[in-house]
Design a protein. Structure first.
Length: 405
């Protein structure tokens, strides 16, 4: 054995357990495992689970709030989110000074915090447009290599300011894919007409199929019940045969949809095998999370932002994200807390297409040893993890990561 975890509490199991890890994978889970390991970790009766996964982070923008005024923040958080598009236009001003030289140190700080807080996988968005050009993409690609095997980054080429309304953006997405980006992004709802929204989706699918890449699109992120780009995305996914390879983000307008349309939409999402990433803590509106759970649709949580034009807080701590959304969604029973925990671990790994993630014999060992005995206390305290095991390797503390600096 390379690594043996002792005295571990497991979710929905009584007593303490031991977990043996060899060659990066879980070899055995049992009450008692004989033999010696190169490294032994004592969980001291605390909870051991799969590591955390963050399906939505605008990583090129972290820690940029102090570089601009609060106009975008005020408009995005305005009641009803009627000025969401205005907020995006105002937030774009920070990209006048985009430079890989200052973006990369911010990215490193945020990713170190992710490791400190037990996250091993992040879907990270980088803006590509006529202002940002490739500066954010280049920074994230460098960070992806630096943190590989500790915090794995899926880099998304994200045309934040649109495709039809931003001439040349589609070519920049292609350039980002040529540089090595992992995922094709999109934000169709920001276009001015339904025809342009459809064109946006179609152009991004054309790129994704050409490069054989997965897709992440921000949809219906405003207080407008007439927005329908999530439906468009689902239909395009089915038409292109991209089922299980598309992730939708936000879908805040969903909260305004009448029940019959919502039920039709859920049926389409399930047929297309599209997961929805919701971030209720970063905006006044949010997708119908509890209703989607009720209908067995895939819905997960993301960090979204860290101290940028849209959200002033954030510590890249998925326990904190779940804690906040336990309040916002009124998911406070034991069963609901367990659902929230799945939404930051196994379910989000499924949504991102991460294979062999569940804590089971034969699967990859991406695990956290928490400082608490159960999910309730883990949410209550949302502390740094005691130990992080990424790809079978014990990595916590090896960088001197205090405060993410």
């Amino acid at each position: 054995m390379d690594l043996l975890i002792k005295n571990a509490r497991l979710r929905k199991k009584d007593g303490t357990w031991e977990i043996a890890i060899t060659d990066g994978r879980i070899e055995k889970i049992a009450k008692k495992i004989g033999g010696k390991a190169a490294t032994e970790v004592d969980a001291e009766g605390n909870l051991v689970t799969e590591s955390f996964v963050n399906a939505h982070l605008h990583l090129c923008k972290v820690y940029t709030l102090m570089m601009m005024n609060e106009d975008a923040l005020k408009n995005y958080h305005d009641e009803g989110m009627g000025k969401a598009m205005t907020a995006i236009e105002e937030a774009a001003k920070v990209k006048d000074n985009y430079d890989e030289k200052w973006i990369l140190p911010n990215v490193r700080r945020a990713v170190k915090l992710a490791a400190l807080n037990g996250t091993t996988h992040i879907r990270a968005l980088a803006d590509v447009d006529n202002k940002a050009k490739m500066e954010g993409i280049k920074a994230l690609l460098k960070a992806r290599e630096e943190f590989k095997g500790i915090v794995d980054l899926q880099v998304v080429a994200f045309p934040q300011d649109g495709v039809v309304r931003e001439p040349g953006a589609a070519d920049l997405v292609r350039e980002a894919m040529d540089l090595g980006a992992d995922v094709v992004g999109g934000i169709p709802w920001i276009e001015f007409t339904e025809e342009d929204e459809q064109s946006h989706i179609d152009q991004m699918f054309k790129i994704a199929t050409a490069y054989d890449k997965n897709i992440s699109m921000l949809v219906d992120d405003a207080g407008d019940p007439g927005l329908r780009t999530l439906e468009m995305l689902a239909l395009a996914t089915i038409r292109e045969g991209w089922e299980g390879r598309v992730l939708a983000h936000h879908a805040r307008a969903m909260c305004m949809y009448p029940e019959p349309y919502f039920m039709k939409l859920v049926a389409l999402l399930k047929k297309a095998r599209i997961g929805v990433v919701s971030d209720p803590h970063t905006g006044p509106l949010h997708a119908k999370v509890k209703e989607m759970i009720r209908e067995n649709a895939l819905v997960v949580l993301g960090q979204d932002d860290i101290s940028d034009a849209y959200y002033p807080y954030g510590r890249n701590n998925m326990l904190e994200v779940a804690f906040l959304n336990s309040h916002l969604l009124w998911m406070t029973t034991e069963e609901e807390m367990e659902q929230l925990y799945d939404m930051i671990t196994v379910n989000v790994a499924t949504a991102m297409g991460i294979p062999d993630f569940e804590m089971a014999v034969g699967n990859q060992a991406n695990l956290v040893v928490l400082q608490d005995e159960n999910v309730l206390e883990a949410f209550r305290n949302h502390r740094e993890v005691k130990y992080l095991i990424s790809h079978g390797r014990l990595v916590s503390g090896e960088w001197g990561m205090g405060n993410g600096e």
